[in-house]
Design a binder for this molecule. Sequence first.
Ligand SMILES: NC(=O)c1ccc[n+]([C@@H]2O[C@H](COP(=O)([O-])OP(=O)(O)OC[C@H]3O[C@@H](n4cnc5c(N)ncnc54)[C@H](OP(=O)(O)O)[C@@H]3O)[C@@H](O)[C@H]2O)c1
Length: 350
Amino acid sequence: MSERSYRVGVVGATGAVGSTILEVLAERDFPASEVVALASERSAGKKVPFAGGELECVPLSGESIQGIELALASAGGKISAEWAPKLIDAGAVVVDNTSYWRMHQDVPLVVAGVNDDAVEGHSGLVANPNCTTMQMMVALKPILDAAGIERIVVSTYQSVSGTGREAIKELKAQSRALLDGEEPEVEVFPHQVAFNILPQVEVFEAGDDYTTEERKVMRETRKILGLPESVGISATCVRVPVVTGHSESVNVQTERELSPEDCRELLSGAPGLVVVDDPGEGAYPLPIDVEGRDDVLVGRIRRDPSHERCLNLWVVGDNLRKGAATNAVQVAELLAERDLVRPAAAASFA
Ligand SMILES: NC(=O)c1ccc[n+]([C@@H]2O[C@H](COP(=O)([O-])OP(=O)(O)OC[C@H]3O[C@@H](n4cnc5c(N)ncnc54)[C@H](OP(=O)(O)O)[C@@H]3O)[C@@H](O)[C@H]2O)c1
């Protein structure tokens, strides 16, 4: 990394992702001359933990963004729609965790370790993919490189922290209420999530029988891996009563035959992946084992008996770490290493 250090703004510093970004920045010793914790007016003066101490939150405003060189944003799509262009105009490079800019043609969508070179073309903004997409990319990129990919079918089992801190509170409160024989309150999710499974992550837009989350997984996968339209991608996203850690059943059809044994060996040496695959001994990836870890775990690697070039995999990752915060910080590190933290020349995202 270059000798420079940066004035870093964490937008959404009180949130599930923002607070994890602060944790990861400190853990990885990111070269920050100062870290500014930005949130809404509601959090003005609130203290958030950082590097063994605390930072005082400052409301996001025209004034508070001045002098920020690198902004890591996770305050929701509406905030990024409005504030990313303002941050860029003020001279910052933005690494955005929300879905708002991901499919924009001038915005690289980057999974560190998968498509690092995409950062080179940034015009002030680099997008962090959706958490569900992110962990699948880590597992599929080595397979794409080794055997090509013709089709992907994924079903997800997503934890509630993917929806943010209010959703974590809701799962806990509902669980307590139900165990006490009381009626659970339903606010964040469309139905009771405790002791239940919801085949809906995010919303159905008018006329679409896929959810916005499923559309994101399908579109973002194609953009990150550079897959042509001829490659089929199908996603079903499901919410489960787990606090942290998304799990995925991935069925991948390769162009060239890849045996489960070769796939296991290939993935064992891949960056950011750990193979946990001894099912007879009860060894397979579990969300409780991945919480707080940056690695994506993969197991249950087996042949799909219905197709000679299809494999089934079970992929588990911490949605708040590699799925969001860790990748955002890794992207920031890539930008720093390549000396790409500098005001955009003439881009306008307005
Ligand atoms: N959770 C995940 O696993 C995950 C993964 C990848 C991407 N994402 C994306 O990251 C974003 C945040 O997710 P989250 O789970 O961290 O949500 P969250 O826990 O609900 O946190 C939201 C954050 O946004 C801030 N905020 C809200 N309104 C604001 C405003 N008007 N001005 C400035 N800050 C404002 C909040 O500050 P206050 O405390 O002041 O309200 C809080 O810090 C979403 O776009 C989400 O899709 C989430």
